[in-house]
Design a protein around this ligand. Structure first.
Ligand SMILES: O=C(CO)[C@@H](O)[C@H](O)COP(=O)(O)O
Length: 225
């Protein structure tokens, strides 16, 4: 089985037929459904909330729902998304006053727990909480919008995070989000990422399966040195 997971971001899907879009992208080979939650406060954009997540769950989603909270504050949304049927939840450390408590809320809800590092977020925010994490979501663009360019300095940061994960001795996944395309996914994986969020690269093309297959073909070439 591939160690790599592909997580299409519904931010670039057609919201007028979201259930269909999710069905199509899962049929095309998605491993996770990445659900971007924006509040017009922590980030300038505004998207969807727990009710939409709950509707998708009722519709039937055969892959885990991966909720990325770009909201401030976070704790109420953690509880609401967990109740709505989310499977994984991540949030930005600077959006909560009590990082450990917010993480514990996710863990207690039974969801997988992650923190999100913006491009300029220093790695010391992982100190003291890394053992609570199932995954680290690394932003390779500034959060708020799809369709931005991958920030190349992220590759070096992924290498550093990978080392932190090795040092922790825990099987923490490293997820990358922003500007992931067929032509850069291999270098991102070689830097140490194993889970790839892609919005516009998938949903802006007519054939989702073709893009996901091309991404997997690139990942099959990865040199895991
Ligand atoms: O969280 C975000 C943006 O804040 C992302 O999930 C984007 O939705 C990724 O979009 P692309 O860069 O792949 O188009």
């Amino acid at each position: 089985m591939s160690p790599f997971l592909i997580a299409p971001s519904i931010l670039s899907a057609n919201f007028a037929c979201l259930g269909n879009e999710v069905d199509k992208v899962i049929a095309a080979g998605a491993d996770l459904v990445h659900f971007d939650v924006m509040d017009n406060h922590y980030v300038p954009n505004l998207t969807v909330g727990p009710l939409v997540c709950q509707s998708l769950v009722k519709h039937g989603v055969s892959k885990p729902i991966d909720v990325h909270l770009m909201v401030e504050p976070v704790d109420q949304m953690i509880e609401d998304f967990a109740a709505a049927g989310a499977n994984r939840i991540s949030f930005h450390p600077e959006a909560t006053r009590h990082l450990d408590r917010s993480l514990q809320l996710i863990i207690d809800s039974g969801c997988e727990a992650g923190v999100v590092l913006n491009p300029a977020t220093p790695l010391h925010c992982l100190d003291y909480i890394i053992n609570k994490l199932d995954f680290i979501l690394m932003m390779s663009v500034n959060p708020g919008f799809g369709g931005q360019q991958f920030i190349p300095q992220t590759l070096e940061k992924i290498r550093k995070v990978k080392q932190r994960v090795r040092d922790s001795g825990k099987p923490i996944r490293i997820q990358i989000d922003g500007g992931v395309k067929v032509d850069n996914i291999r270098s991102i994986a070689e830097a140490g990422a194993d889970t790839f969020v892609a919005g516009s690269a998938i949903f802006n093309q007519p054939d989702y399966k073709l893009v996901i297959d091309q991404m997997r073909a690139e990942l099959n070439k990865v040199n895991m040195a």
